[in-house]
Design a protein around this ligand. Structure first.
Ligand code: PEP
Ligand code: MG
Length: 303
């Protein structure tokens, strides 16, 4: 009972300070953004003091449609969802379907191992209309909102090169001069180990530890039979995080998987060098509070 009481007090304290920046004891500022899928999440992100939107997932909108939505419908949905955070930095991820998420209006072939199959950017590059509709809508959105664009499930540098070229062509055709920054999600071990190949095509990186964990630990993220292998804070994951971070150099990098919402591992995440996190909205206050208790000057090597 005492622990529950202490926990409740700490949650109230964290909430009271949630609109303040998250600064470590030794003065290091860490950005804490929110992962969102809908307008309610965005409103919660504001209420809980998120510094911006680190990951806007548009899958649930697409999965709720009976037909391929038009560019205008995608744009309207994004504006409706994001208007409360207009003026703050927003990272929009292009559609990450395939795997376990099948679009009702696309007759996608069944695959034996869908998580190792055609998902994320692999699928979008096979369905150019699906990709160009989103990119055009996002390019238009970026004229009013502070937008960055994130590409999911990147494995090979040529995937990013192709998306960049498509983006440039669409922007030119639409007469849009300021193309938003384009980033790669690092969530496959191949991308993690070869971030240096992606530097040429990515303006920023965001690490998806949910998928990175399932592919590194060879344990499906939704398979309860192997849940004891799905260890997000395993040393193998932290070794990869360090490899990714070191290769990224001066390219901005953030971490948006569930790992970033675990306050126990925040000292290790900051120890690797990360200064930008994105977590579910209700966790923003406690993660900011955890950051405020850390003195990076006294931390050892964390890996
Ligand atoms: C991830 O894989 O960590 C991630 C943030 O993306 P999603 O959970 O949507 O696959
Ligand atoms: Mg992912």
């Amino acid at each position: 009972e005492k622990q529950v009481e202490q926990y409740q007090v700490s949650v109230v304290n964290a909430k009271n300070l949630c609109h303040e920046p998250a600064i470590t004891i030794d003065g290091v500022n860490v950005e804490v953004m929110a992962n969102v899928t809908c307008r309610e999440d965005v409103e919660q992100a504001l209420e809980y003091g998120a510094d911006g939107i680190g990951l806007y997932r548009i899958e649930s909108f697409y999965l709720s449609q009976k037909m391929l939505p038009s560019e205008q419908e995608v744009l309207d949905e994004m504006i409706q969802t994001l208007t409360p955070v207009k003026g703050r930095p927003i990272t929009v991820r292009v559609l990450d379907v395939g795997g376990d998420k099948r679009l009702p209006f696309l007759n996608l072939p069944l695959e034996d191992d869908p998580f190792l199959g055609r998902r994320g950017i692999r699928l979008l590059l096979k369905y150019p209309d699906l990709l160009s509709t989103q990119i055009t809508a996002i390019a238009r959105l970026s004229q009013e909102f502070d937008i960055r664009v994130l590409v999911p499930m990147v494995t090979l540098a040529p995937e990013m090169e192709r998306v960049r070229n498509i983006f440039a062509t669409i922007a030119t055709d639409a007469g849009i001069e300021n193309i938003p920054a384009l980033g790669a999600m690092i969530e496959t071990p191949a991308a993690a180990l070869c971030v240096d190949d992606l530097l040429e095509y990515a303006d920023f990186f965001s690490i998806g530890t949910n998928d990175l964990t399932q592919y590194t630990m060879a344990a499906g993220r939704e398979n309860p039979l192997v849940s004891e292998y799905f260890i997000e804070e395993h040393p193998a994951i932290f070794k990869l995080l360090k490899i990714i971070f070191d290769q990224a150099g001066n390219t901005p990098i953030s971490l948006c998987g569930e790992l970033a919402g675990d306050k126990k591992v925040i000292p290790r995440i900051l120890g690797v060098g990360f200064r930008s996190l994105s977590v579910p909205p209700p966790l923003v206050p406690t993660i900011k509070e955890a950051i405020r208790t850390i003195n990076l000057g006294t931390q050892e090597n964390f890996c």
